[in-house]
Design a protein around this ligand. Sequence first.
Ligand code: HEM
Length: 444
Amino acid sequence: MGFPIIGESLEFLSTGRKGYPEKFIYDRIAKYSSQVFKTCNLGQPTTVVCGAAGNKFLFSNENKLVTSWWPDSVNKIFPSSTQTSSTEESKKLRKFLRNFLKPEALIRYVSMMDTIAQRHIEASWEGKQQVTAFPLAKMYTFWIACKVFLSIDDPKDVAKLAHPFNNLAYGIISFPIDLPGTSFNRSIKASKWVRKDLLSIIKKRKVDLAENRVLLTQDILSYMLLTADKDGQYMKETDIADKIIGLLIGGHDTTSAVIAFIVKYFAELPHICQEVLKEQMDIAKSKRPKELLNWNDIQRMKYSWNVACEVMRLAPPLQGAFREAIHDFNFAGFHIPKGWKVGHAVALYWNANSTHRNPESFLDPETFDPTRFEGIGPAPYKFVPFGGGPRICPGKEYARLEILVFMHNLVKRFRWEKLIPDEKIIVDPLPYHAKQLPIHLFHH
Ligand code: HEM
């Protein structure tokens, strides 16, 4: 359990910063059990549940034995998240999202994403010999998130809002010490700035709605403002601002991390890039000049999506998620008392260690091999970058479209080489390149 109060948080956070967060898990799996061990993390006693059986147990016992839980750092950055239970908040958010992430909406997003991808590439990649890939990937995904959630489309407005978001995300999973210089402190400051900005956007939207200048269905912001709950209550402006901040972060940081790692792997594995190029050029050649991508084109990008999945297996954007035990229960012969936090085995700390990079789940797990996803793909609960069960990521399909549209636009224009061959990876809490992935671009 480590030191009093801070427990093993420093080691947990520092292995991530050194680029191998899985070490924290591997060391303990070797010492205690391959299925479950306990630690004290981010100020909380925590049980880490590992492996496909652990994932299955947690995903299928949501709201029966466990419920979603966020560390103190999250609650301090999003104060409105503590007002009701996380289950209630999740239900509310999923209800709002349903309209914007349903299949008919997603089909419409493909051409919009393609338009933004082209505008972004023309403005920031075309004509350049060198670019820094990670911030550009963020710019693209943030632009789309602003368009979908807030109808903000002008690149200048997007850039203005984007700046503080960079600081916001990096303190969300941190030890909650609010002192100058800590990432938690920077995150709180950034969240205040963003909230203020969003509140003024919300106020302006209310006026626009009252004067019938915008539609109810225009975006999630209008929808949140005009939809009452079952008791006839409308959401408070600060709650709406926090929900939109959460969506803007969840909806752009994760996908941009995947895009950056795709850029990295394509530079390292030209034969994989070549196969993707072939698939994407077949699609490009079947289209009329200037015709935008559509839903059918996305369905043809099978190999490209297998490649993206393999990237998420090796570099999952989210390392895992927390749950809280709502009853005493037993797992793998161990007793877990009510109130304990259960970190399930997804992504980097959990996934990468217990399933994604485990030879019991994937043959030769360190090898990049997209064919693992052919046919029916990996067995259930072994590949879980989007989580599972009732809390599975509702943005999964949106993310797929956004990633594939970008891949299409990038590979058909360029090939590239990394400028720093062994650039360090840092995981805090998402994986990113220490120098932001500078690359040399070659136009086809
Ligand atoms: C590659 C991209 C993405 C990855 C890897 C990812 C991963 C995840 C994971 C693992 C969870 C579940 C956390 C848990 O078990 O508690 C989650 C939840 C969530 N994701 Fe994503 N996500 C991605 C993209 C997106 C996008 C694009 C959106 C929005 C459009 C989004 C919105 C959300 C929301 C709102 C939740 C919370 C759901 C709830 O509390 O019930 N995500 N995501």
